[in-house]
Design a binder for this molecule. Structure first.
Ligand SMILES: *[C@@H]1O[C@H](CO)[C@@H](O)[C@H](O)[C@H]1NC(C)=O
Ligand SMILES: *[C@@H]1O[C@H](CO)[C@@H](O)[C@H](O)[C@H]1NC(C)=O
Ligand SMILES: *[C@@H]1O[C@H](CO)[C@@H](O)[C@H](O)[C@H]1NC(C)=O
Ligand SMILES: *[C@@H]1O[C@H](CO)[C@@H](O)[C@H](O)[C@H]1NC(C)=O
Ligand SMILES: *[C@@H]1O[C@H](CO)[C@@H](O)[C@H](O)[C@H]1NC(C)=O
Ligand SMILES: *[C@@H]1O[C@H](CO)[C@@H](O)[C@H](O)[C@H]1NC(C)=O
Length: 449
């Protein structure tokens, strides 16, 4: 036996002797869940550097894209809401204020070269959560959380594109970005989610009409199947006749929460059936009730973005269980078993609180550490607290965020050209997109083979 192996063996046995990792989780005890969520959240927060002097508030360091930072601040807002622990509120507010952008619509110029409707919406959904959870507005003439979500909705409804495919949102906002011809499910799903939650918050029928329109369109081109499976996207240059059939957890989740909001307001059998269908359709993402990113975990090909997707299905399962209580008997087994499996393997890193990617290996830590893995671990654990909270506020029930139905007006639409984008930038973006598409194709191949 080589010396390194002996050291390795000693290291492994001392880990065993010290018992389990730092995450103790008793799912029957809210205090235990809060302690576990706190430990997981601290390790997530350790990735963030944007609040340091000379860094940019709202940005995560490489390799994390801007949208994932927005998703992370949404996780911190929900953490505060579920646990009452406000330790991340200051960095969250600082980050969101800094990233508001020129049109008060989360379109900061630094992101123009890669800004997708989905990227913008992940920040918009964080603002929506801030309004729903009653995080005080910024004040001082700054836009309210609710108006930021309305601005995202307003800018996106104006981008609704019926020149091809009978409608839909494109992935990219600007014509010069590659991916402009791709109409993807997450962009349309986020728009649906924001519209449905604005409808729940404000009761304005315009939002419900757009939620219904996005839903119908996705069904019409086949981004959503009649049995509630969601596929990645489709090419507008082929009039959306070819579907990239890869399935991701977050597409099911983003629609689940939107459908739950629509049911909550309407209590309509139509939305009840749709919501139940989505929850059952999401069964493809569970092995013995443990969540798995089935398209890329088994083949080891999840990229940085994809490593975070389970976080959003977990987040939106919690939201759904709150606002549509009859779903609890369907969601509870999935949520509880997944949270226990996730927490069991969050034993990596310096503090033995870092989560790996895979939850389905009975507590085995797979060594994959990152923002996405950590956020997913945090979200599935904190969602267990859903029975302890009152649920999202509305304008008529406790809401304190100020409405501005015209927010986001004057934002540029897709036709605009930015002279500042150089050929080098464009080439860079093309290569990036090409890599993304290759990844999607490789992923899709794994799905069907
Ligand atoms: C580990 O714990 C220390 C002390 O609480 C903390 O400062 C550090 O950020 C933690 N690191 C990680 C990766 O969790
Ligand atoms: C844009 O980038 C500059 C230079 O890195 C930075 O100073 C600024 O804070 C960034 N703005 C936003 C909104 O990220
Ligand atoms: C495209 O959709 C918008 C919004 O629904 C509608 O107002 C407009 O008339 C449509 N345009 C065409 C050409 O169908
Ligand atoms: C494009 O797709 C839409 C929606 O599926 C359909 O209504 C329209 O007829 C198609 N147009 C062409 C030219 O095939
Ligand atoms: C709708 O959601 C609210 C929380 O936002 C909840 O209090 C209410 O009970 C839900 N309505 C129904 C019919 O379940
Ligand atoms: C409802 O929302 C639409 C779209 O934002 C807006 O134009 C309209 O003024 C709103 N109506 C009310 C009564 O607030």
């Amino acid at each position: 036996m080589k010396l390194t192996s002996v050291v390795g063996a000693l290291g492994a046995s001392s880990l065993l002797l010290s018992g389990v990792g730092a995450i103790e989780l008793d799912i029957t005890s809210p205090d235990s869940i809060k302690q576990a969520a706190k430990a997981l959240s601290m390790t997530l927060r350790a990735f963030y550097t944007g609040d340091r002097v000379g860094d940019t508030p709202g940005n995560l360091p490489d390799p994390y894209f801007w949208w994932e930072a927005g998703a992370m601040f949404n996780a911190f807002i929900d953490y505060w809401y579920y646990t009452g622990d406000d330790r991340y509120n200051a960095i969250t507010v600082q980050a969101m204020e800094h990233q508001i952008g020129d049109y008060n619509a989360f379109m900061p110029p630094n992101q123009t070269k890669t800004l997708g409707n989905d990227d913008q919406a992940f920040w918009g959904m964080a603002a929506m959560s801030a309004a729903e959870n009653k995080l005080p507005d910024l004040g001082n003439g700054k836009p309210s959380w609710l108006s930021l979500a309305q601005a995202v909705f307003n800018t996106q409804k104006d981008r609704w594109d019926n020149a091809s495919c009978g409608g839909g949102l494109r992935w990219q906002i600007f014509t010069f970005n590659n991916g402009y011809n791709y109409k993807n499910t997450i962009s349309n799903g986020c728009f649906f989610n924001v519209a449905a939650r604005l409808y729940k918050y404000l009761g304005n029928q315009t939002y419900a009409d757009w939620a219904e329109k996005a839903w119908e369109w996705e069904l019409s081109v086949g981004l959503m199947s009649p049995d509630y499976h969601y596929f990645d996207g489709t090419d507008s240059l082929q009039n959306c006749s070819n579907i990239q059939a890869i399935q991701w957890t977050y597409n099911a989740g983003v629609h689940m929460a939107g459908a739950a909001a629509m049911w909550n307001v309407t209590q309509d059998q139509l939305w009840r059936g749709r919501l139940e269908g989505i929850i059952k359709g999401a069964g493809v993402f569970f092995n013995n009730n443990v969540m798995i990113e089935v398209a890329c975990e088994n083949n080891g090909k999840c990229n940085t973005d994809q490593r975070s997707f389970k976080a959003y299905l977990a987040r939106w399962m919690g939201y759904t269980a709150i606002v549509a209580p009859w779903t609890r008997e369907l969601i509870d087994p999935l949520l509880k078993t997944s949270a226990q499996a996730a927490a069991k393997q969050c034993i990596g890193g310096a503090n033995q609180t870092s989560c790996g990617l895979r939850w389905v290996d009975n507590g085995k830590f797979d060594g994959s550490i990152g923002v996405g893995e950590q956020m997913a671990g945090l979200e599935i654990v904190q969602a267990l607290l859903y029975p302890t909270v009152g649920g999202p506020a509305t304008a008529k029930a406790g809401g304190i965020s100020i409405s501005n139905p015209d927010a986001g007006a004057n934002a540029p639409q897709s036709a605009i050209t930015f002279n500042t984008v150089t050929t080098g930038d464009k080439a860079g973006a093309s290569i990036l997109t090409l890599l993304v598409l290759v990844t999607i194709l490789v992923g899709a191949w794994w799905m069907v083979s």
